[in-house]
Ligand binder design. Sequence first.
Ligand code: NAD
Length: 454
Amino acid sequence: MSVPRHGLLIGGEVVETENWMDVDDPATGEVIAQMAAATPADALRAVAAANAALPGWRATPPLARGALLAQLARALDEEAPRIAELIHREEGKPLGEAQAEVARANEVVHHFAAEAERLWSSHLPAGPGGLGSTVRPDPVGVVAAITPWNFPVALVVWKLAPALAAGCTLVVKPAQEAPMAAWAVCEVAQRILPPGVVNCVTGEGPPLGEALATADGVEKVAFTGSRRVAELIAGWAAPRLKHLSLELGGHGPLIALPDADVATVVDVAMTQGYANAGQVLVHRSLVADVLDGMRARLAGLTLGPMATERGLERHRMLMEDARGRAAKIEGGQDLGGRYVAPALVTGAGPGTKLVDEEPFTPVVAVMAYDEVADAVKEANRPDYGLVGYVCGQDMRRTMDVAQAVECGTVVVNGWRVVVPYAPYAGWRGSGVGAELGRPGLEAFIRWQHLRVLA
Ligand code: NAD
């Protein structure tokens, strides 16, 4: 049976390649599409197309760029059901969550469409006749956006929308495990924007990542993914003095203070813990109630398949490691195919891999603490600092604890993390730079000072 084939998006064209790669549905193993398998030479052609488009896009007045971005946002709203379905098929994410990802991502495009109008310059007069200092924003240039499989649309859009608003052009390289939805976003952009402003190369990560991170003509690499690959990317980009942003893993610590509302703690642990990463530090007085609440919710929790084979292997390894350290595991077993049961782990602590590292599989470790200072210390111990959560009712103390958690984002009494207007940044081992918000726009800008003396 033939499946749809999608070529590379380069310079406004859809480009066929010699080699193709299968995209499979992780729920069934069925091949659902073929994507072009680009070579490093193809990636460089995309870089050349982005450079050719740069002068025109840079010179497009911010109001006009904003208007085109607004048009893109509306087109993506219209295509949202189709794009969400692609995420669901290629990645196994439950359809409702895929729809939510696309809806939130489209809000980001709307937001930066408006931000394009707000790029400002300032003039500091120092004499008559326009003498003085003008400070103006200029786009950094061509951006290579390299993204992972787990939020295949959102993490492209967080780079694409502000980069376009700032006047940059892009080459997007989605994860090979889930390239279709990201490709579809770029294809809509290619239809609306001038040729070469948004290009997309699909294919194997290592050769394309290296080609883009070392290419002359790429000024910035915006990467989201694992620490291991980030170090490679930084190793290629840094000696060439390219701008770099790195958004890496987190371990999602949740601190439940003694006066926390148990239902809220359970909600955060279930929603964020099993979706992303879950180290749950609970005051000893609440542990029994939190575990009861989680067990009740676990009974009705349905997970999609693990998106990748290496994710499945990692889950098994984490379970074995925890068992070897005498932790108690409820659930966590293989269910056939790529499916596993969510695991609730107690009795684990420092030294256990799923506590020390980002699990990135459906496991939540609940750990008891006695002193709040110890919970904060444990939350800050592993070398991650992406998102943390604090639940408590005495707001003065809760806010003090939230500020002591060394993460770029800390959510208080809930689990909704991202809004387009606030920065999302990994601190410490979770990254360099910020996406979204004003800092996420300025990340694509270089400032020029025009000092007019005569
Ligand atoms: P990954 O690092 O394996 O891959 C990320 C991207 O790099 C993909 O496009 C991949 O094709 C490419 N790549 C892979 N190997 C490469 C190599 N040797 N050289 C160059 N490029 C290469 O990550 P993943 O498994 O797709 O995603 C999971 C990771 O992403 C987790 O660690 C997760 O925490 C992280 N993540 C972070 C955030 C955030 O916002 N900070 C969000 C989502 C995911």
